[in-house]
Write a protein that binds this ligand. Sequence first.
Ligand code: NAD
Length: 469
Amino acid sequence: MALNEQEIQRIVRDVINGIQANTGSAQGGGQLMGIFDNVEDAIAAAKKAQKEIQPMPLEFREKIIANIRKKIMENARAFAELGVKETGMGNVGHKILKHQLVAEKTPGTEDLSTQAWSGDRGLTLVEQGPFGVIGAVTPSTNPSETVLCNTIGMLAAGNSVVFAPHPGAKNVSNMAIDLVNRACVEVGGPANLAVAVAEPSIEVSQTIFKHKDISLLVATGGPGVVTTVLSSGKRAMGAGAGNPPVLVDETANIPKAAEDIVNGCTFDNNLPCIAEKEVVAVDSIADELISCMKQTGCYYASDDEVDRLVKTVLVEKNGKRILNRKCVGRSAKVLLGMIGVEAGPDVRCIIFEGDKKHPLIDTELMMPILGIVRVKDVDEGIETAVELEHGNRHSAHMHSTNVQNLTRYGKALDTAIFVKNGPSYAALGFGGEGYPTFTICSRTGEGLTSAKTFTKSRRCVMCDALCIR
Ligand code: NAD
C-alpha cells in the first residue's frame, strides 16, 4: 500500500540523512540538492552547471560518474524501499538489482566515439558534443532507476538535465537528483547538473517543453507524454509504451521457456516496459508450457476468476476501459487477494488461456498476469504477436531453436528489443550481453539510449595539414 504524504516525507528525511552520514557530505540539514521551488530557477541553475562542466576534461566527467556509481551502490536498498513505499508498486529485491545494474553497467564517456578521415587535403573529425540542457520526463514505474541512468548518460555526453518526474514518484526521483549533485560537488564539480522542482506537475513540464534554454527533450512514459514532446517543436526522443508478446514454438526447450518467461514477467512485478506481457504458444506445446509454468509458481485462473480480474484490473473512465492504477506493479498474491482468492507466498504469476482480443491480453497491464493465446502454428503465432504488439515497435521475445522462425519473427515484429531464448531482462544486460537503460526510444528509433544518444554530431575540419601518412 502507498503511504501517506507525512510518512513518506519522514522516510525521505531519514534516507537523506543516511546518505549525508554515509558520504560525509558538507551539504547537511536534510535539504535536497538540485530541487527548486520554481522551474525557471531550476533551468537557470542547470544552464549554469552545464556551462561549467562542458570545458572540463572528460576525465573529470568520469570522476563524477564514478562517485555517482559508488553512491548508488551504497544506497540501492534505500532507493528500492522508498520507491516501493511511495508508489506502492514493484518489489524491493528486484529494485535493488535494477539500481545495482545502473551503477555497474550504464555506459559513461567511453560510449562517445570519434569518426575520422585523413588524406591529402587534411584531417576531418566528427565528434559527439553535448546538446546543452536536456529536459527529461521520467515514469512512476522505474523512477529513480531512470533518473540515475539518464543522468549518467547525459552527463557523460556533457549535458545537464532538468527532470520532470512523475508526481506519484517525486520523492524517490528527487532523492536520486540529490544523490547526483552530492556526488558531483564532493569531487569538486558544480552543483545542479541535474535539477527538478519540489512539486512536479503538467504545468511545470509544459514550461520545460517550451523553454528556450532546453535544447532536447527525452520522454520516458506512456503514449500521452511521448506525443506531447513530439509536438513541442523541439528535437525530442520518445521512449513510449510497449506490450511485448513472447512466442513459443514447437522447437523450444519448453521447461526453460516457461522458467524464463515467468522470471522475466515477474521481475519487479512486471513494471519494466520490456517485460513479457502475454504469451503466444503453438498448439502442440501449449499444454506442456502451461504445465511447466504452473510448476514455476503460476496460478491458473478459472474463467470466473479471470472475469473478476477484468473487473478489478480495468476500470471505466469517460466511456473507455483504462488500467486501475491500484493494480499496476502489485504482486500476484495481492492481485488474487483483490478478487477474493487466498494465495500462498510462492505464487508468482497469474496465467489463463484466452483469445488475442481478451482485454487482459490486448492491454499493457504492467502486473504479473500473463494471458496465453493458443495458435495452430508458428505462422499464426507471428501474425498474432504482431497484432498484440500494436505497432509500438518496442519489445518482442521468442523461444525457439529454429533460426528461420526466429528470423521471420524478428523481421515481422521489427522491435527495438528482441530477446531469444532468455528472460526479457537479458535485453538490459542482466543475464545477457550489453548495457542497461530504462529509456528505450522505441517510437523515435534511437533504441536503447546511452551517452552517445544524447549528443550532437560536430564536424571539425583541418585543411591541408595534420595528415601524417
Ligand atoms: P505515464 O505516461 O503516466 O507518465 C510518464 C511521465 O509522463 C510522468 O512523468 C508523467 O507525469 C508525465 N506525463 C504524462 N502525461 C503528460 C502530459 N500530457 N504532459 C506532460 N507530462 C506528462 O507513465 P507511467 O505509468 O509513469 O509509466 C508507464 C508507461 O511508461 C508504460 O506505458 C510503459 O510502457 C512506459 N515506459 C516506457 C519506457 C521505455 O523505455 N520505452 C520505460 C518506462 C516506462
